[in-house]
Design a protein around this ligand. Structure first.
Ligand code: PGA
Length: 266
């Protein structure tokens, strides 16, 4: 099994209000009440992350004080401040207590035309604030059919990461999310996820260094559910999951956490 701590991350996209987020946390605590939380992280090398909409970060942060869940944001601007109406910067997130931020989710690439070089700037800006970026990469269905998946993902990594050697001195997470698997119910096979995770790790070693490649956690995302998460987490190079739809319900998120906890005990 991998030495890297597993990571179970819920990407809520544009779902849940501040009120329903609070209800989620109350309910999650009930579903996980049989777990010994104060000593949870000593026993389980496992990070639990939730990425609610910006408006819900404050309330969730408060409710998760002394609870082992870290709250992150789904995006941020690359500049620290400025005349950018409607945008949120890293320093703002950092002051809200965010320790993680998703960068380059395929929905940001598709609907907001975010490109690799811009995403590299966002990664650097997050790191400058001490926020760990979760950089998303993944191919379209057509690219996979044409046998280009490895090249596409390599390009996404290269163009975002190679601009700054500073990146390789810090912690980032990479989420492999094949676009055709997101929200479709069609997940990649655990073997395909493992092959891509191995490829990503070797690219990270080439771009950065051996230690960076070995220590970076690589998550799989795309139609992860309680009934399939275990098969991904068992893979050597897959260090967790980025979960959309199935993370919105506290019972479902809790059952995925329980699967991960069992795997950490093996
Ligand atoms: P999904 O979304 O789990 O609903 O497929 C994953 C994601 O977009 O991160």
């Amino acid at each position: 099994m991998a030495q890297r701590p597993l990571c179970i991350a819920g990407n809520w996209k544009m779902f849940h209000t501040p009120k329903s987020s609070a209800q989620f946390v109350f309910s999650l605590k009930k579903h996980l009440s049989d777990l010994d939380f104060p000593s949870f992280q000593e026993k389980h090398p496992l990070d639990l992350l939730l990425f609610p909409p910006y408006t819900n970060i404050g309330v969730m942060q408060q409710l998760c004080t002394s609870y082992p869940i870290s709250i992150g944001a789904q995006n941020m601007h690359q500049k620290e401040e400025g005349a950018y109406t409607g945008e949120i910067s890293g320093i703002m997130l950092q002051e809200m207590g965010c320790s993680y931020v998703i960068i380059g989710h395929s929905e940001r690439r598709k609907y907001f035309f975010e490109e690799n070089s811009l995403l590299g700037e966002k990664i650097e800006a997050a790191l400058a604030q001490g926020i760990t970026p979760v950089y998303c990469v993944g191919e379209s269905e057509e690219e996979r059919t044409e046998g280009k998946a490895f090249d596409v993902v390599e390009k996404q990594l290269r163009e975002a990461l190679e601009s700054s050697s500073q990146i390789f001195k810090k912690e980032i997470l990479v989420a492999y999310e094949p676009v055709w698997a997101i929200g479709t119910g069609k997940n990649a096979t655990p073997e395909d996820a493992e092959d891509m995770a191995q490829h990503i790790r070797s690219v990270l070693k080439l771009l950065g260094n051996e230690a960076f490649g070995n220590s970076t956690r690589i998550l799989y995302g795309g139609s992860v559910k309680p009934n399939n998460i275990g098969s991904f987490l068992e893979k050597e190079n897959v260090d967790g999951a980025l979960i959309g739809g199935a993370s919105l319900d506290p019972e479902s998120y809790a059952s995925m956490v329980k699967v991960a906890m069992e795997i950490t005990q093996k």
